[in-house]
Design a binder for this molecule. Structure first.
Ligand code: ATP
Length: 238
């Protein structure tokens, strides 16, 4: 029996004024797949992720999460996804625990379920030592983990991460990749955007490269390749 796709996207596009930020993107992600969304600044990665997260209305096309129409039944569909934006909002005067309880309530978690979910993501993201600290006093690396913790809180089927490796040192980047891999092994589908090929090479099961809102390449990456899309294994899109 075919599995239910976690993410289905058909002819998704967005324009701002006369400018096409993303053109006609279609894709499908199964449980456990990790898609690297690659491209230079202005390629359309954030626009794409914002539409997949239900934060930005498309100009055309549709998105389904576990069969639920994201723009037709947004509440139900959004509960199945976790999103780490490129610039997560910062609440400097909240303590980590307070913030995660607040995020959990927004996603429909309550009482004992909420408390155990918060405790579990604090452990999973290595935040135990800062759980009582004000968010405004955390380093960039810890703030990224907090962003990830809020995205993972409700055990999403789809995880959308917009340049989560930005500003992390090599050890923090390795820990981030290990955490994402563990979630994928449990069946979570992941979209991970980056402008660094080396960052996604050992993590992603496939990549999609964008430039000027157009799909440039889609496929898998051969181990040992450097930067050229031509060295990757897959279909070049003209
Ligand atoms: P970066 O790596 O710098 O974040 P990106 O690949 O995420 O880049 P986007 O932020 O999606 O790219 O931008 C794609 C294009 O759409 C750019 O030309 C950008 O200027 C334009 N754009 C994005 N958001 C808006 C907006 N709200 N209004 C007008 N133009 C926008």
């Amino acid at each position: 029996m075919p599995t239910q796709a976690v993410l289905e996207v058909q002819a998704l596009g967005r324009q701002f004024g006369g400018r096409q930020a993303l053109r006609e993107l279609s894709l499908r992600l199964e449980p456990g797949e990790i898609l690297g969304l690659l491209g230079p600044n202005g390629a359309g990665k954030t626009t794409c992720l914002q539409m997949l997260a239900g934060q930005l209305a498309p100009s055309r096309g549709w998105v389904r999460i576990l069969g639920l129409d994201l723009y037709g039944s947004p509440r139900a569909a959004k509960r199945r996804l976790g999103y780490l934006p490129e610039r997560p909002p910062i609440y400097p005067d909240l303590r980590l625990g307070e913030y995660l309880h607040y995020c959990g309530r927004l996603r429909g978690l309550r009482d004992a379920g909420l408390r155990s979910a918060v405790a579990a993501v604090i452990r999973e993201c290595g935040l135990e030592t800062v759980s009582r600290r004000l968010l405004g006093r955390l380093s960039k690396g810890y703030r990224q983990r907090v962003g990830l913790a809020q995205a993972l809180l409700h055990d999403p089927a789809l995880l959308l991460l917009d340049e989560p490796g930005d500003g992390l040192d090599p050890l923090q980047s390795r820990e981030l990749r290990a955490l994402i891999r563990r979630r994928a092994e449990r069946g979570c589908a992941v979209v991970f955007s980056s402008h660094r090929l080396d960052e996604v090479r050992h993590l992603c099961t496939s990549v999609l490269m964008l430039r000027d809102g157009r799909e440039l390449y889609r496929g898998t990456l051969a181990s040992g390749i450097n930067t050229a899309p031509d060295s990757a294994q897959g279909t070049r899109v003209r």
